[in-house]
Design a protein around this ligand. Structure first.
Ligand SMILES: Nc1ncnc2c1ncn2[C@@H]1O[C@H](COP(=O)(O)OP(=O)(O)OP(=O)(O)O)[C@@H](O)[C@H]1O
Length: 322
């Protein structure tokens, strides 16, 4: 006779089901159970489901199997990386921050929401790749840094000007955020510079848990950074902190450090505005060449990478507390 103990024994032969299957019920030839598929991608989920079904059907008396799938929807945290003006290194920081957080053990995805000038495909060496879609959702493109990503640059032809405004820009962001991110617990979002449509959509529809603001040390960049911080403040999004990029230039020949854009401006501004200062990244040709070559410094063990890793550690500590 078929009883639940026999079904549990059959289930025990499927090692991947351990800890995921609730004890099966049996009535009128039908075995039914709840299977927790949290964290599994579609392929593994289907395989597990098939294995469980096969094992239970082998039990004498079982003529059909009904499996109800559940998955804990983990609260996925969105972290915005923003700047007041363009060209200050926001994309460079986003890519390296995502990689450094992933190296620290987090499951991280990267979104290039800079729909007007997407640069993440180059930085993350995924140029020319196209995301597929599943159940009308985009599937992120894998990278060799263990950080899946999506960029508008994957959806439009290279060099094609993206002149979307208002709702279209907001919808594009929505598509990237609502993609099949699997078990990613963190999404780093590289926002376009300034305080435009995408930022607005981000605040109203996809509120991030916090924002990292990037600035160079010059006054002008800092004035714009203050504007960006204001926007987050008004929307109730906490500022994780301010990063000073292109801070101090070390001559690769003589080692002398000069400050083409000054130094310490962002730290002082952070103090004035009472936001945390996360650290500085030097102006270093090695950062530019590595980035252009799709080899972000945070993926290696260079001193340039260490600057990003230190900032990522502070961000990780902040996330842990929020
Ligand atoms: N610390 C640095 N040292 C040297 N070069 C850097 C540094 N940070 C960024 N760069 C270079 O500066 C340029 C602009 O950087 P990046 O694209 O990250 O800026 P951005 O703020 O995202 O710009 P945009 O607004 O165009 O998206 C890139 O060529 C990048 O490699």
């Amino acid at each position: 006779m078929t009883d639940e103990a026999t079904l549990i024994a059959a289930l025990a032969t499927v090692s991947d089901a351990k800890g995921r299957a609730a004890p099966p019920r049996f009535a009128d030839g039908r075995a039914s159970l709840i299977l927790d598929v949290t964290g599994l991608d579609d392929v593994h989920r289907d395989l597990l489901q098939a294995d469980v079904k096969r094992a239970l059907l082998e039990v004498p008396g079982v003529t059909s199997v009904r499996i109800a799938l559940t998955a804990e929807r983990k609260g996925r945290k969105l972290i915005a990386v923003a700047s007041g003006k363009g060209g200050v290194g926001k994309s460079t920081l986003s890519a390296n921050l995502a990689i450094a957080l992933a190296r620290g053990g987090a499951k991280v995805g990267l979104i290039d929401a800079d729909i007007y000038g997407p640069s993440q495909p180059r930085l993350m060496a995924t140029e020319g790749m196209r995301p597929t879609s599943l159940n009308q959702k985009l599937e992120p493109v894998p990278t060799r840094f263990g950080v899946p990503m999506l960029s508008m640059g994957h959806l439009v032809k290279p060099g094609q000007a993206i002149a979307w405004r208002g709702p279209m820009a907001g919808n594009a962001l929505g598509q990237l955020i609502d993609a099949e991110w699997g078990d990613c617990e963190l999404l780093i979002i590289d926002l376009p510079p300034g305080t435009g449509d995408v930022q607005l959509s981000m605040m109203t529809k996809h509120k991030p848990v916090g924002a990292v603001i990037v600035s160079t040390p010059q006054d002008l960049a800092l004035i714009d950074a203050v504007r960006a911080i204001d926007l987050f403040n008004q929307s109730g999004v906490p500022i994780i902190g301010l990063v000073e990029n292109m801070s101090g230039y070390e001559c690769p020949h003589c080692g002398e450090v000069s400050d083409p854009f000054g130094q310490g401006g962002a730290q002082a501004a952070a103090g004035t505005m009472d936001v945390p200062f996360l650290g500085r990244i030097p102006l270093d040709i090695a950062i530019r060449t590595a980035s252009d070559a799709g080899d972000p410094p945070a993926a290696g063990n260079s001193p340039q990478g260490a600057a990003f890793t230190a900032i990522a550690a502070k961000v990780a500590a902040w996330i842990k507390e929020h």
